[in-house]
Design a protein around this ligand. Structure first.
Ligand SMILES: *Cc1c(COP(=O)(O)O)cnc(C)c1O
Length: 429
């Protein structure tokens, strides 16, 4: 397996793009080799510039839940392209998209399209603040909500603290209203709410944590957030950018049967095109301009090509529930096999999984929040990543990311991946 072309492209890229990549998650910084430059992808496979083929578990970080380059989505896009790429005016397909979401997601009465998950979260928080007239928000350490200033706070190490920015360039002022609680710890939320009476506009959470590896909500955690929010008149926002349309069509809110006030979407909703959305209760969404005083706009929002792609994918997912049944089945089987292998061989790793999302943590403690996730041995993950890449398996180049299964992964693909996992641990024990 050579990587000469990727190497050359990387050398060109670093000269004119910071780090050679347009999003830091694509860099192989933690791995110490040049990132693979990809040329095309189809089904479960992705092909790099040197012609190497990999079974892909990034799936564009989730959007390609049907697998890469699905012909039905491609045709919808081609058809839309022939009508023009963008109008900056209202179109029928935007109405169809909004109707489809409002009809099938019970907590959503109105929805607004944006261009990314970051924008969706930023806008939902603004709407929540506008609606409640309160300023503060509570997020959880280890939950990622995009790169808007106010959300670049994690406080880390399970310390509850008012905003300490995580990034240079974020002013203390931008994060002074962001408070950080501990995932799966309702008391940490209760304490913040009680210490800030009448000041918290919203609690925002990934209902399944999927940006610190995969961390599942404990029984009662999401229900507990719902009742704490109700008691303190704060809005509950589910960031379903990853879980939306993945844990079943109705996402985590359907899976756990907890209804948020606002929901944010991204990733799957665009099927690989840049799309995000936020929606929820009518009384909150009617605060948004031009109906209400909360300003939010976008030149390319609801772009017809992006809507064609996203809606085609959503329609397939909704009309074929067997896709979710299969994702559940292959997920349970694949991650279950991995877990049994680890247990039988007493390998000190944790495997967290739900349906098509999973994460292998190189740590022997249970992973239930950010602090426990951070105990993982990232050097070991790097060695594992390299072994898998050599074996033709494309994983995220960082420990704290999910593995995304798609409907295109075959039993054969997954069997060969399991073999590669086993051979890694045999060579490294
Ligand atoms: C990816 C992600 C975002 C940000 O979405 P972008 O489209 O990358 O801006 C927000 N929230 C969650 C949970 C995500 O996984």
């Amino acid at each position: 397996m050579t990587a000469e072309k990727s190497q050359k492209l990387f050398e060109r890229a670093v000269k004119c793009i910071p780090g050679g990549v347009n999003s830091p998650v694509r860099a192989y910084g933690a791995i110490g080799v040049a990132p693979r430059f990809m040329e095309r992808a189809d089904g479960s496979r992705i092909y790099d510039a040197d012609g190497n083929s990999y079974i892909d578990f990034i799936d564009s970080w989730g959007p390609c839940i049907l697998g890469h380059n699905d012909a039905r989505i491609r045709e919808a896009v081609t058809r839309a392209c022939s009508q023009g790429l963008s109008f900056g005016c209202a179109t029928e397909i935007e109405v169809e998209m909004a109707e489809f979401i409002c009809e099938h997601i019970p907590s959503i009465e109105m929805v607004r399209m944006v261009n990314s998950g970051t924008e969706a979260v930023m806008s939902a928080l603004r709407a929540a603040r506008g609606f409640t007239g309160k300023n503060k928000v509570i997020k959880f350490a280890g939950c990622y909500h995009g790169h808007s200033d106010a959300m670049l706070v994690s406080a880390g190490s399970g310390v509850m603290a008012s905003g300490v920015p995580d990034s240079a360039g974020v002013t203390p002022g931008c994060v002074q209203d962001t408070m950080t609680a501990v995932y799966n710890d309702l008391d940490s939320v209760k304490q913040l709410l009680e210490e800030n009476p009448g000041q918290v506009a919203a609690v925002i959470v990934e209902p399944v944590g999927a940006n610190m590896g995969v961390v599942l909500p404990k029984d009662g955690f999401l229900e507990g957030l719902r009742s704490l929010c109700d008691r303190h008149q704060a809005l509950l926002i589910f960031d379903e950018v990853i879980t939306g349309f993945r844990l079943g069509f109705t996402g985590a809110q359907g899976y756990y049967q907890v209804a948020p006030d606002l929901t944010t979407y991204g990733k799957i909703i665009g099927a690989g095109m840049p799309v995000g959305a936020y929606g929820g209760r009518r009384d909150i969404m009617e605060q948004v301009a031009p109906v209400g005083p909360v300003y939010q706009a976008g030149t390319l929002s609801g772009n017809p090509i992006a809507m064609a792609a996203g809606l085609a994918q959503l329609r397939i997912l909704y009309s074929q529930p067997e896709i979710y049944e299969r994702l559940q089945e292959i997920g349970d089987w694949f991650f279950g096999e991995m877990k049994s292998f680890l247990e039988e061989n007493q390998i000190p790793c944790q495997l967290n999984h739900i349906q098509s999302l999973g994460c292998l943590f190189f740590t022997d403690n249970l992973v239930e929040d950010y602090a426990s996730a951070k105990k993982s041995d990232t050097a070991q993950y790097a060695a594992y990543f390299k072994h898998m890449l050599k074996s033709g398996v494309h994983l995220a180049p960082a420990q704290f990311e999910a593995m995304f299964l798609s409907a295109a992964h075959t039993q054969e693909d997954l069997t060969s991946v399991l073999e590669a996992v086993k051979s890694f641990f045999k060579e490294n024990s």
